[in-house]
Ligand binder design. Structure first.
Ligand code: AMP
Ligand code: GLY
Length: 313
């Protein structure tokens, strides 16, 4: 029987999701909440406040929606999946525990450290004084990373003492990241090629959708401020078959194993941000959702049904 799908979010990523679902033979009706002008062309937009999880649940029940797919990280971090599970409703995304892989940089780093998942050396740091002491150990250049969600802007790369002092002030004295900076991860700065790998996970197993690279700077010719991504391309030739095997064996599978052992099997997209250093993949970050704009270039490459992949996961 054909199924109805609700997509949560309002970006280009959600437009790509809705576009894929709308042309799928398994899908009878696509809703998007709150959606945007693009999703309105392929789905029915529903005006919903995504932070009101009970309201989302009410709409899903009222409209008999078979599968809900979460676009952005915030509802995941706030536990929308936990509520759907309690209600016996089908949703694709990790629970709030699993979402900490993105919502707490230090949760993710500690998990990597405890399970030999390759990552840059790092320290958890609560004060400026601590950071100054650690600078002597790790040495510049260093990366300061706000622990909590900061909409892709919580990272400061410090090449010299001046940038380090300025970075610490931003992290600890200003309120631009809100609660995100009660702690930071102070990290060794890796130098290499960056790429992202996207997997769909079902709690114990995974399938790679594709790799991609996004363009971060706001203006042409790689100039201007950093953004969440102005555009992207997929796949990237940086991801050789050998490297892909290593990413699976050394990063994705151990992450799934430990999450299952902790009683929170990881179901959802796993977005692995990688830096390739001397041919070896290191995790720069985990995100618990698809990339935006990466979804827009990855989904059109899929030969199989996007709906079926998510439904069975
Ligand atoms: P994130 O939000 O963790 O992806 O960080 C944003 C960007 O900062 C990444 O895409 C990298 O370019 C850079 N970055 C983050 N952590 C590191 C690190 N330890 N070494 C080098 N670059 C980093
Ligand atoms: N394009 C980067 C991200 O989705 O986080």
């Amino acid at each position: 029987m054909k199924k109805s799908v609700l997509i949560l979010g309002s970006g280009g990523r959600e437009h790509a999701f809705a576009w894929s679902m709308a042309k799928d033979k398994n899908v009878t009706k696509v809703y998007c909440a709150p959606g945007n002008g693009g999703t309105a062309q392929v789905a029915e937009n529903i005006a919903l406040n995504l932070s009101n999880h009970q309201e989302v649940v009410r709409v899903v029940k009222e409209k008999n929606i078979d599968l809900t797919v979460v676009g952005p990280e915030n509802p995941l971090a706030k536990g929308i999946v936990d509520i759907f599970i309690t209600e016996g409703l089908r949703i694709f995304g990790p629970d709030a525990y699993g979402a900490q892989l993105e919502s707490s940089k230090l949760f993710a780093r500690d998990l990597m450290a405890e399970n030999n998942i390759p990552h840059p050396d790092y320290y958890s740091c609560n004060t400026k004084d601590e950071a100054e002491t650690l600078k002597a150990i790790l040495e510049l250049p260093l990366v300061l990373k706000a622990d909590g969600l900061a909409a892709g802007k919580g990272v400061i790369i410090c090449e010299n003492d001046e940038e380090f002092e300025k970075g610490l002030k931003i992290m600890f004295d200003s309120s631009i990241f809100g609660d995100a900076t009660s702690r930071i991860s102070l990290e060794r700065c890796l130098v290499g090629e960056e790429l992202s790998v996207f997997a769909v996970c079902d709690g114990k197993d995974y399938r790679i959708l594709s790799s991609a690279q996004d363009h971060k700077r706001a203006y042409d010719e790689d100039k201007g401020p950093n953004t969440g991504g102005m555009g992207a391309y997929a796949p990237t030739q940086l991801l050789t078959p050998v490297l892909l095997d290593r990413v699976g064996l050394e990063i994705i599978q151990p992450t799934l194993t430990v999450m299952a052992e902790r009683g929170h099997p990881y179901r959802g997209f796993l977005y692995v941000g990688l830096m390739i250093v001397d041919g070896k993949p290191y995790v720069i970050e985990f995100n618990v959702r698809m990339g935006d704009p990466e979804a827009q270039v990855i989904l059109p490459l899929l030969k199989s049904s996007f709906f079926e992949i998510l439904w069975h996961a």
